[in-house]
Design a protein around this ligand. Sequence first.
Ligand SMILES: Cc1ncc(COP(=O)(O)O)c(C=O)c1O
Length: 339
Amino acid sequence: MQHHSMPYENIYDLIGQTPLVRLKKLSQLTGSDVYGKLESYNPGQSVKDRIVIRMLEAAESDGRLQPGGCVVEATSGNTGFSVAMICAAKGYDCILTVKDTASYDKVQMIEALGAEVVMCDGTLPGDHPDSYYNVAKRIAASTEKGFYLNQNHDLGNAKAHYFTTGPEVWAQTEGRITHFVACASTGGTVSGTGRYLKEQNPDVNVIGVDSCTDVLRTFHETGEFEIDRSKKSKLEGVGKNIIPSNVNFDIIDRFVNVQDDDSAYAALHLAKEEGIFAGYSSGAAMAALEKIALEIPKGSTVVVLFPDSGARYLSKIYDKKWMVKQGFLNGKSTLVEAH
Ligand SMILES: Cc1ncc(COP(=O)(O)O)c(C=O)c1O
C-alpha cells in the first residue's frame, strides 16, 4: 500500500500498489491462505486505472495522442471512469460509448468528470456497425485529433498488468502464490498478471472467470468462437461477445464460468462475512473460487482480484428490489453449502 508521506503532483500518480487482504472465513474453510486484491483502492476506484494510464502515456510518447486531443473508448463503465479521470487531469477531451445496460450511477460519475457519454444498444454483436465498439471507432476517426484507446486489442492493456499487478501480487505473497483468480473481459488482468507470475514460477495456476455467456471458456476449451444469443449476463465487465487480443489463452490454465445469481450472492456474502464491499464481478470471481475450492490443495496461497467497489452497484446487486426483479432470491454461497 502507498504510504502517502509526500504530496502527489497528479491524481494518476496514485495508481497501483493496491492492498492484499486475507479473506479470513474462506481461508479457515479451505485450509489455504486466501487473499483479495482490492483494486478499488486506485484513485479511479477500479483496476482499469492501471491500463488507461499506461496506454495513454504510450500514445502520448509515440504521437498517436497529441496535445488538445480527444480520447474515445467503448466501455461498460470502469474504463470510462479511468479515461475520464485521467483526461480531466491531463487536459484531453473524452468521448465514451457505453452499453445501455450499464448502471446509471456509472454514467453519472463519468459525466461528472466532464466526459461525453454516447449510449449504444448493448444487445448488438461486436461486429454490428452500431455496436459500442464500432460507434467508438467511427467517432475517433471523424473527430480532429481523435484517439481510440481500444482496451480489447491494444496489448498495452495486458502489459500494464505484467508490469504492475503481477509484480505486486508476487511481492505481497513473498512468492508463495499458487493460484491466481481473475475475471476476464478484455483478458488484460488475468493474462498480464498471469504471465508475470508464471515467469516467476511456472506452477502458478492462472484461472480466468467467465460469465454464463461462456464465450471465452468455450474458445479456450474447443477453439470455437460461439455466441449463444439465448445466454445473456447481467454482469458488467465480464461476458464477452468478441475474443479480445489481450486474452492470452496460453497463460490461462482454465476458465471457470459462473451464473449471474451465484455471482450476486457471492458479492453479498463477501460483504457480510468478510466486510469487503466489492463489485459484481468481484462476486463472480468469488463464485468461481467457490466452484473450484474443494479442488485446491490445502496449504495453497490463493489470490482473487476484486476489480472494483460495491459503491458502483448500489442500484443493482445491493438493491433488494433489483435482486427480486432478476429472480435472485434466498441465495447462498455454494462453498458454505458444501461444508
Ligand atoms: C468490473 C469489471 N470486472 C472485471 C473486468 C475484467 O477485467 P479485464 O478487462 O482485465 O479482463 C472489468 C473490465 O472489463 C470490469 O470493468
